[in-house]
Design a protein around this ligand. Structure first.
Ligand code: ATP
Ligand code: MG
Length: 417
């Protein structure tokens, strides 16, 4: 992702000293102050250039892991006819979360809150025999949900970005082995993103009567409460947990049950044949018999992931991005009298390193404060004093040291490579 960006006074957006008055959560305060996002109305956000760079990096990590399990990326529409939602009865069942409306000719539509019905429609047009299965397709797109409470910054939008994967299979066995594969790949994604998370069981909501698995990031600012074992991998959402913290683990009987606040970043659903039976999605098996397709769906909220990263990694001065999701690799601060800023900028970008170059005509204090607020992992300073060297500082540390341009390139190539 090599781009040349300077933090000119013209740069859109600018940072702010004060958080918006209505901001309650840390991600809301910091992402707005640091110029990553802007609120249009409750639950509705513009991702500004810095925010979009982070979400793009998050999406790329997810995309690489989806492709690694053979899923194919596509893009589905967001405006859906009522008819398709009536086929499963979810037009009525999911009325509370769905934005439904009539056009000026009286036709009824919904804005997508999920895409199971749309994928089912696609499958019934394309799946004929067992030879056409299994199928795994996914997309990144907007979801609309009429959330009653949209007060946790970008953690809960009424419009947000999700990656949703759908898979179709000939049997329950094949679905469940894919489901386990999806669970492993989700764990890999959340590990790559840098989270401390737990996989917990919970209910299926408007998706299924069966239990499902959620990926929950441990975070004080989270809306969810989970219970997990301090010894084995057992975990349950408060919604289904019967018991209390401190109890013996119901699974391994050795560990202790811990209660913690958390943020749900992903959810996977083994949906079975419920959708196929209602929408008549059948395939013919080896013996020529018609059978319903086994179906699963798997979601990750990538804009919520950005908010969760801020909730778990910040200090009193601002955000601290993990390198793999940071909007830039380095924040280059040019102070008055520096002679080598342009050369440093050019050599770094030529080496494939993403540089945010602050060459504004403002005081050093303001530049340092903005660098801490924006939270890029490495800060470089060039000034009259540093001469042909560069001052290097990590965002989370107070220590600075003088290094050469080649040393900077070597260090950064190690970090990003
Ligand atoms: P929640 O329980 O937090 O309302 P959900 O269980 O309704 O979420 P799913 O339908 O499982 O959400 O959606 C898959 C993923 O999409 C979630 O794990 C989460 O990361 C994200 N997500 C869901 N709702 C929102 C929202 N309102 N804003 C941002 N991200 C969301
Ligand atoms: Mg969920």
């Amino acid at each position: 992702m090599q781009t040349r960006v300077m933090l000119q006074s013209k740069l859109f957006p600018k940072t702010r000293k004060e958080a918006p008055k209505e901001a309650e959560s840390m991600n809301h305060k910091l992402l707005v102050r640091a110029g990553f996002m802007d609120q249009l109305m409750a639950g509705s956000w513009t991702l500004l250039p810095l925010g979009w760079r982070v979400v793009t990096k998050i999406n790329q990590i997810i995309r690489e892991e989806m492709n690694a399990i053979g899923a194919q990326e596509m893009l589905m529409p967001l405006l859906h006819p009522k008819k398709i939602w009536n086929e499963t009865g979810r037009w009525d069942k999911a009325k509370e979360v769905m934005y439904q409306f009539k056009d000026n000719r009286g036709r009824e539509y919904a804005l997508s809150f999920t895409h199971e019905e749309i994928v089912m429609d696609l499958l019934r047009k394309n799946i004929k025999s067992y030879q056409d299965l299994p199928v795994g397709v996914y997309h990144f797109s907007t979801k609309f949900r009429n959330e009653p409470r949209a007060r946790s910054g970008i953690l809960r939008g009424r419009e947000f970005m999700m990656k949703d994967l759908y898979s179709a299979h000939v049997s329950e066995e094949d679905l469940m082995s894919y489901y386990e594969k999806a669970k492993r790949v989700y764990s890999k994604i959340f590990t790559r993103l840098g989270f401390d998370f737990r996989v917990v069981e919970t209910e299926g909501g408007v998706f299924t009567d069966k239990n499902t698995h959620e990926f929950q990031v441990l975070a004080k600012g989270g809306e969810d409460t989970i219970y997990y074992c301090d010894t084995c991998s057992w975990g349950e959402n408060k919604e289904i947990f019967k018991g209390k913290s401190g109890n013996k683990c119901p699974k391994c009987k050795k560990g202790k049950v811990i209660e913690e606040k958390s943020i749900e970043v992903g959810n996977i659903f083994p949906l079975g044949t419920w959708y196929a039976e209602r929408m008549r999605v059948y395939y013919t098996d080896k013996n020529g018999k018609k059978k319903p397709v086994w179906f699963g769906s798997y979601g990750i909220g990538s804009t919520r992931v950005m908010g969760a990263l801020v909730e778990v990694s910040h200090d009193s001065k601002g955000i601290i991005w993990f390198p793999q999701v940071a909007p830039f690799d380095v924040h280059l601060i040019e102070l008055s009298g520096a002679k080598n800023a342009k050369q440093v900028y050019k050599k770094l970008t030529d080496a494939g390193i993403d540089v945010l170059w602050d060459e504004r005509d403002v005081g050093a204090g303001e530049k340092f404060a903005d660098a801490d607020l924006i939270g890029i992992p490495v800060r470089l300073v060039v000034s009259k004093e540093t001469k042909d060297k560069i001052e290097w500082k990590k965002r989370e540390s107070e220590k600075t040291k003088l290094v050469s341009l080649n040393q900077v390139i070597n260090k950064l190539s190690k970090v990003s490579g």
